[in-house]
Design a protein around this ligand. Structure first.
Ligand code: GLN
Length: 456
């Protein structure tokens, strides 16, 4: 808590819940005194964490980075939070993020930016920017994040930490404020693949309150990570593993510093015993227009609940009901959120639905099929997370399209619902960290974590 207070300038936290944290820490002490720490599932008792402010929490306010939800207190905990609390973790507070998780730099937060601890003049990435900053600055060993189109992998890459977004459906979305429901997935940002595995095991699993939650027994990802070592030797933990490099992930526009750091990471994978093979994801470029139709379409629908009636902000003065809606939404939402609501409403409207939304849905299926084709020739897919290192604060905010284009390498995996990670592999321009993206087939988190762990 003292470290968090000292690092206030980084803008990582939106709320520090000191009293709630101390109470949980005392409860954790009592559990440890009873020897529960040595029992199965006891490894997380007393571990301090902090959560992206998009997970609703009972003991701390939840804003989703928006003025719309300023001071909002949820009557329940998100499932992910409930499970991490039950595992004995101690939440120190809620972390900064782009408004409703829309963004790639944490500059769309209504409560100010989060700064990249490697160079405070740069962004930490987004939308889980506060989550990345908190881990990179060593304020907490791990944080939760959410990834709709890259928001765990990209800030992990920009901030030199390890992040995992599991297969869509592995973590419950119940209590995770919805952006684009068919894409939103919770995950972990931490210092190592081992920590990611530990946290993911505790927070994932079937939840009947989320209709897209996958029905299967609880998973032990730490065990899966170790079991994936089969057939390997101590010197070559990745022996026999085929890693596919999609040629579309190495375009001429990829900045040379990122290219060389990623290639150094790939050489390391080879040294560890993996074989690199070229594969193709021919519709990579189309992932950008497809995502930026589907995600805003779903967002425009999800965000219609913020109408000033049920919860959150309500305009102080208005003439009638319509005027109340109008003023409430004009005041409560920021520019990027409004832009997405407009795009989403447009692509879903009569006459445009077939031309945009329906076409995007078809292409989404084809993008997912492309991955299945590629994964016939390899076990994992590797490439860059983003075309550049973390940019300077303010550089991305003038041109939204430029920011959308930088999502090119994370969007395809999101649209397909595949699990993905970012693992630090080197440094680029300005000494900024570069992550290697690893993507696996559905429910192959164990293999992903194993490869990431071997690299560390
Ligand atoms: N940068 C992407 C967007 O702005 C991804 C965001 C996310 O994954 N939440 O939509």
């Amino acid at each position: 808590l003292a470290r968090v207070a000292d690092a206030k300038d980084l803008g990582a936290f939106l709320h520090v819940g000191e009293a709630a944290a101390l109470e949980r820490a005392r409860a954790a002490d009592a559990r440890l005194a009873r020897g529960e720490g040595e029992q199965p599932g006891g490894a997380l008792i007393g571990v301090p964490l902090a959560h992206k402010d998009i997970f609703v929490t009972r003991d701390m306010p939840t804003t989703a980075g928006s003025l719309m939800l300023k001071g909002y207190l949820s009557p329940f905990d998100a499932t992910v939070i409930e499970r991490l609390n039950a595992a004995g973790t101690v939440s120190l507070g809620k972390l900064n993020c782009d408004e409703f998780a829309m963004g790639s730099a944490n500059e769309n937060s209504a409560y100010g930016p989060a700064l990249n601890p490697w160079d405070r003049s740069r962004v930490p990435g987004g939308s889980s920017g506060g989550s990345a900053t908190a881990v990179a600055a060593r304020l907490v060993p791990a944080t939760t994040g959410t990834d709709t189109g890259g928001s765990i992998r990209q800030p992990a890459s920009f901030s030199g930490i390890t992040g995992i977004k599991p297969t869509y459906g592995v973590c419950s979305r119940y209590g995770m404020i919805a952006f684009a429901s068919s894409l939103d997935q919770a995950g972990v940002m931490a210092r190592s693949a081992e920590d990611c595995a530990l946290l993911l095991s505790a927070m994932s699993g079937f939840d009947e309150r989320d209709a897209t939650s996958v029905q299967r027994p609880p998973q032990d990802f730490s065990l899966q990570m170790r079991a994936a070592r089969e057939g390997a030797t101590a010197a070559q933990p990745l022996k026999g593993l085929r890693i596919g490099l999609p040629k579309e992930f190495f375009p001429a526009a990829l900045s040379s510093d990122v290219d060389s750091a990623v290639r150094a990471g790939l050489a390391e994978l080879e040294k560890l015993g993996a074989t690199l093979v070229e594969v193709s994801l021919p519709r990579t470029e189309l992932a950008i227009p497809v995502y930026y139709i589907i995600a805003p379409a779903e967002a425009s629908s999800n965000l219609s609940r913020f109408d000033g009636v049920k919860f959150g902000h309500r305009a102080a003065q208005y003439d009638d009901l319509l005027d109340m809606y109008r003023k409430t939404r004009a005041e409560g939402f920021g520019a990027e959120v409004k832009r997405r609501i407009m795009i989403g409403s447009y692509v879903l409207s009569h006459g445009y639905y077939d031309a945009y939304y329906l076409q995007a849905q078809k292409l989404r299926r084809m993008i997912a099929d492309d991955f299945q084709q590629a994964l016939q020739h390899c076990d994992l897919i590797a490439g860059p997370v983003a075309p550049t290192v973390a940019w300077k604060q303010g550089e991305g905010s003038d041109d939204p399209v430029k920011a959308y284009l930088a999502d090119i390498f994370t969007l395809p995996g999101s649209l397909a619902g595949l699990p993905g990670m970012s693992v630090p592999v080197g440094f680029g321009e300005g000494g900024m960290p570069v992550g290697l993206q690893l993507l696996g087939n559905y429910f192959n988190e164990g293999l992903l974590l194993h490869a990431a762990h071997a690299l560390q």
